[in-house]
Design a protein around this ligand. Structure first.
Ligand code: PEP
Length: 248
């Protein structure tokens, strides 16, 4: 079966010392976790957080990666640079990057392939806007993202998908358990069709969007949901630990 994966997305929060303090507080709280636990931290926090994570099974993640191996891309960070620092996961195509930083399905695809080539596990975010959901376009939008963002991947067991309805991110408005389960079920079915024979059945799909200590149990009980990508609630050790320990 697919092992659940709970990942924190700190976004642009926590200086290096604050990040180190947060993971130091988190470590004892999640030491018996049955799921994979990841913290995706600002790039400049990586060295300090890596050091603070010593002796724990919590994995280190980044929030973005460039698709080129190296070169004239001021301000960007390559997959090899992350890899050399012990980073294992990287969020790609978060809706905030699509909205504020010009990320497109094409660049999401290129970044995903670059991350895989370097041996990183991409956490690729897809999801619809409120307007699209209310207009009955959710499946159409997701199908287009599925075809473009994942083109060229040979082994889907090596990636994680985060289904993040944009209207649920940072809004306090969570998808219902049934909505999230149904949409993730659709994503899996569609990807199995488009990428037949490429181990899609082994790929984990998280839900993301205002997931917290209160609603995580209901969401995680859904058969299609393999984990969560957590923004706001990953910034406090006790809140994040409560989600990681959803099965206790
Ligand atoms: C996110 O940023 O991926 C996210 C899901 O944020 P939040 O949990 O705050 O809605």
């Amino acid at each position: 079966m697919r092992k659940p994966i709970i990942a924190g997305n700190w976004k642009m929060n926590n200086t290096a010392s604050e990040g180190a303090a947060l993971v130091s507080a988190l470590k004892p709280l999640v030491k018996d976790a049955k799921c994979d636990v990841v913290v995706c931290v600002p790039a400049i926090d990586i060295p300090a957080v890596k050091k603070a994570l010593r002796g724990s099974k919590i994995k280190l993640g980044a929030q973005n990666v460039h698709y080129a191996e190296k070169g004239a891309f001021t301000g960007e960070i390559s997959a090899d640079m992350l890899k050399e620092y012990g980073v294992q996961y990287v969020i790609i195509g978060h809706s905030e990057r699509r909205q504020y930083f010009g990320e497109t399905d094409e660049t999401v695809n290129k970044r995903t392939l670059a991350a895989l080539a370097a041996g990183l596990t991409p956490i690729v975010c897809i999801g619809e806007s409120l307007e699209e959901r209310e207009g009955g376009l959710t499946e159409k939008v997701l199908s287009a993202q599925i075809e473009k963002d994942f083109a060229g991947i040979d082994d889907f067991s090596k990636i994680v998908v985060a289904y993040e309805p944009i209207w649920a991110i940072g809004t306090g408005r969570t998808a219902t358990d049934e909505q999230a389960n149904e949409t993730i079920g659709f994503i899996r079915k569609r990807m199995k069709k488009v990428y037949a024979g490429k181990r899609v059945g082994k790929m984990r799909i998280q839900y993301g969007g205002s997931m917290n200590a209160k609603n995580c149990k209901g969401l995680m009980a859904q058969p299609e949901i393999d984990g969560g990508l957590i923004g706001g609630a990953s910034l406090k050790a006790a809140d994040f630990a409560a989600i990681v320990n959803f099965d206790k």
